[in-house]
Every structure is written in C-alpha cells, then in structure tokens.
Write a protein that binds this ligand. Structure first.
Ligand code: PLP
Length: 387
C-alpha cells in the first residue's frame, strides 16, 4: 500500500510546517499578553500585530476582531451574544448551517425559523423575504445567519442578496459562518456588509483551537465568557498568543495561494467525471451552484457512507461522510436532506475535500480505492439479489 492520502481538508487541514515554526517561537518567548513586564508586552505586541494583519486580510478594523477558541465558540458568541445584547426575538437560520449555529439558537428562548434551501443548496430568498416581512410587521428584532460556504457541499451562498433583503425589510443583523470559505477564497468583511462573521484557523493550515468572531463596530454583544476583561471584555480568558500568531501566519499563506487553490477545481472535475463513469447511479450535490474549488459531495443510493469511509480508510484514503458528528458516528446528512435528498441518498453522501498539500496522484488513489469498493458492493448486491 502507498502512503496515506488525506482528502478531508474541510474537517481539518494539515498544519503548515512554517506555522509550526512561527508558533514554536511564540510559545518559547512566553508571556501573558495582559502582564505589564517585558515578556507580557512582547506577547501583547504579537497579539495586536496579528490582529492588525488579520484585519488587513479580511477588510475589517483591528478592533472588530475578537479571538476565540475556534469557529464553534465564534458562532455561539455571535448568536447567544446578540440574543442577550441586542434583544433578538427571531433567528432565521438556513437549514444547512453547521451544528454550532443550529444548536446555539435552538437553546434560546426566541423564535427560530429554518430557511429552506433549493435543491442546488442555496437559500430560498422568497421564503426569506416572507419571513422578514412577517417579523417586521410585528416589530420583532431579527438576526439572519447564513454560512458563506457549506462544509459538506462547498456551495457558496448569495450573501450580498441576503444582506440587501434584510436592509430592505426594516434592518436586522446578519451573521455569516465563514469558517469554510476563509482561506479558500478572498473574504471581505466590510464588502460583504454583514454584522458578524465567524472564522477558524484549522481549516486553512493553522492550529486547531483558535478562531475569531468579527464584530462590526457599534454592534454590542453580551459576553459569554466572563472574567478578566480580555478582548475588550467580549471574550475573557488569557489570549492563546502562540495559536493566534499561527492563525495569522496560516491565513496569510492561504491568501497568497488563492489562485493555486482555484486550480483544484480541475482535479475535482476529473474526480467527478470518473466517479460518474464508474457509477452511473452516483448523484452529485451542489454542482449547479458556485462551489468552493476543493469540495465534492456525492452519493450512491444504498452504498452507506459509513462503509465507504471505512473501506477507503483501509485502502489508505481518508475522506469523510457528508455528516459525521464529534463521536465519529455517521448520521443522515441534514444538509443533503435539506437539498431534497431522500433517506438513502442522505445516508450515503460522502465528501472529498482537497487542500494545500493535495497532489493529482491523490485523485488516482481515491479513484482506485473507491472504484474497487463500488464494484465489490455492486457484485455482492447482485449475488444477494440472485439468491
Ligand atoms: N462552522 C463550519 C461551517 C465548520 O465546518 C466548522 C468545523 O467543522 C465549524 C463551524 C466549527 O469550527 P471549529 O472546529 O473551529 O470549532
């Protein structure tokens, strides 16, 4: 067997070696950014320098960036913080959001409206407009949360249209979970016109356990982590300066590779074309929409995602089921279900996601392993059917 082929960048990307070096230096220099002595001042300077660099990358002001422990915490701070801090009465969340959004709002004492998506994975803007009208008519205060790019299908949302609709119907806040888009394509916070945006470092070759919530100037959120007043009191707790420094280093490297990243779509096209010729019954998701260049999501009815992931793992190819939860157990994908997939399709969806270290040979190895699994499964099915 050859070396292991990693095709699960949307779960986490391998950390970039240069990031490890930058982080090791920051870790060794030590210091608490809140301390007044030299070590503390150096750590503070590193955090603030990083904040300014990151702000420059995303078209935000440094003070608009609050560092968090990752995308999940950023989503929780955005939604729970706005609920308390802005008196939100209604949340409109797209049906394909990450659990960190869906679970955050479901725990709150507010109206939660799930925004349908079209079969192409993009939100139903007609339904959004109807909901916004109803909420405005009873003078509710709304927050709309729609992700910039979907983690399972890579489908990119029409955020400009969403922001315009919200502004046209009495205003409200717009949050976007940009965890998957950030580092894969340019993201401009001010240009998008959103109020809140969640980021995470480990999807782009940075460390796990650090991210940020970008909060538009003037938007006040209720703190979810109380304590020593760090991050302008928005998220208390000693800043993880080494991870923060690593986050910006990875983001800058990813930004310098956007053009190269776009070329991944040629390998994705090859993969989807060859899967389609091996398996005429395969269904591809999100192909009619703008998608992240690195992501392919497809299903073969009655070929369970779980067994595909296991068979490929045995063959040295690492991918994921459309929807795997933290325990690693595969559930029916709520994303594919929302896109109109039936039960069997939603339980068979797999995701292949490429990234900064991918090579074209990885596609060959995937196709060999997946094709072998598909043929074995079909033969067994035929034998079983004939008995
Ligand atoms: N949002 C999206 C769209 C994601 O894909 C993920 C990670 O899977 C998260 C949020 C959670 O981010 P983190 O792992 O940094 O908490």
């Amino acid at each position: 067997m050859g070396h292991t082929v990693y095709l699960d960048y949307n779960a986490t990307a391998p950390i970039r070696p240069q990031v490890v070096e930058v982080m090791a230096r920051a870790q060794m220099s030590g210091g608490n950014p809140s301390s007044v002595h030299g070590s503390g001042r150096r750590a503070r300077a590193a955090v603030e320098d990083t904040r300014a660099r990151l702000a420059g990358l995303i078209g935000a002001k440094p003070a608009e960036i609050t560092f968090t422990s990752g995308g999940t915490e950023a989503n929780n701070l955005a939604l729970r913080g706005a609920f308390e801090g802005q008196g939100i009465t209604d949340f409109i969340v797209s049906a394909v959001e990450h659990d960190a959004v869906l679970a955050s709002v479901s725990a709150l004492n507010a109206f939660v409206h799930h925004l349908r998506v079209e079969p192409n994975g993009r939100p139903d803007l007609g339904q959004l407009e109807t909901l916004l009208r109803e909420i405005a008519a009873r003078e509710g205060k709304v927050l709309v949360s729609v992700m910039l790019a979907n983690n399972e299908t890579g489908v990119i949302s029409p955020l400009g249209d969403i922001v315009r609709l919200v502004k046209d119907h009495g205003g409200g806040l717009v949050h976007t979970d940009a965890v998957q888009a950030f580092g894969k394509r340019p993201v401009d916070f001010t240009g998008l016109g959103v109020d809140l945006m969640s980021l995470s470092a480990h999807k782009l070759g940075g460390p796990v356990g650090v991210g940020a919530l970008v909060i538009r100037e003037g938007v006040v959120l209720a703190t979810q982590n109380r304590g020593g007043g760090q991050e302008l009191g928005r998220r208390c707790g000693t800043e993880n300066s080494a991870a923060i420094v690593g986050f910006a280093a990875a983001a800058e490297m990813a930004a310098s590779e956007f053009q190269k990243f776009e070329t991944l779509s040629a390998w994705r096209t090859r993969l989807e074309t060859e899967v389609g010729s091996i398996a005429p019954d395969a269904i591809f998701f999100g192909t009619d929409s703008p998608r992240l260049a690195n992501t392919s999501c497809f299903a073969v009815p009655d070929l369970p995602a779980e067994t595909q992931v296991m068979a490929l793992d045995l063959a040295g190819v690492e991918i994921s089921a459309g929807s795997a939860c933290s325990s690693g157990k595969v559930r029916r994908s709520h994303v594919l279900t929302a896109m109109g997939a039936d039960e069997s399709q939603a339980a068979s969806g797999i995701r292949v996601s490429l990234g900064w270290r991918s090579r074209e040979e990885d596609i060959d190895q995937f196709l060999d392993a997946w094709g072998a699994h598909y043929r074995r499964a079909k033969e067994r099915h035929i034998v079983r059917a004939a008995q």
